[in-house]
Design a protein. Structure first.
Length: 172
């Protein structure tokens, strides 16, 4: 029987030379069903983006970040690339104060370092449509409920007009 005065060392069973230490039951390197391969890839891309931003520090160059965004857009399949290129032009014209940057491997546009809006290609997460979305840093508040992302299958003139207005409102 153990007494309160017994030390931990006295209570701990002795380890003999034949006993092996217990192995961890966590599966760090095993893929889980909690995240898809695409989601894990996006998280890895974000981690790399954060490392790159930290390395650049105050030397951060907007031209370098825009070049990275344009390179990412160039890698997209034709349908997504056409939408992303047009969105890039619309956003730059509508809100020149926004800076292009990569965010989870997606083209995004930031104000004072905070992402305001982003484009998610359909192939990014094997979706049937691309998405144009806004973060909570966008000034889109409208009552108790408002949309923060939009499905895009094609950019029509009406869509472009709506996007211009939303981007301008988001940065106001």
């Amino acid at each position: 029987m153990l007494r309160a005065s017994d030390s931990f060392a006295e209570r701990k069973p002795a380890v003999t030379g034949t006993q092996k230490p217990t192995e961890s039951t966590t599966a760090i390197d095993k893929p889980t069903k909690a995240f898809t391969a695409e989601e894990r890839a996006a998280m890895k891309e974000r981690a790399q983006e954060v490392k790159t931003e930290a390395r650049r520090g105050s030397r951060a160059n907007k031209a370098d970040e825009e070049e990275a965004v344009l390179a990412k857009i160039a890698e997209m399949p034709e349908t997504d690339r056409a939408i992303a290129e047009r969105l890039h032009a619309i956003i730059k014209a509508s809100a020149p104060g926004l800076s292009p940057k990569l965010w989870y491997g997606m083209p995004a546009y930031a104000k004072d370092g905070k992402v305001v809006c982003f484009f998610q290609a359909a192939q990014k997460f094997k979706s049937r449509y691309a998405t144009f979305g806004f973060s909570d840093d966008a000034n889109l508040d409208d009552g108790d409920m408002w949309p923060t992302s939009f499905a895009l299958k094609e950019l029509t003139a009406a869509c472009e007009t709506k996007i211009r207005a939303l981007v301008k409102k988001a940065v106001s």
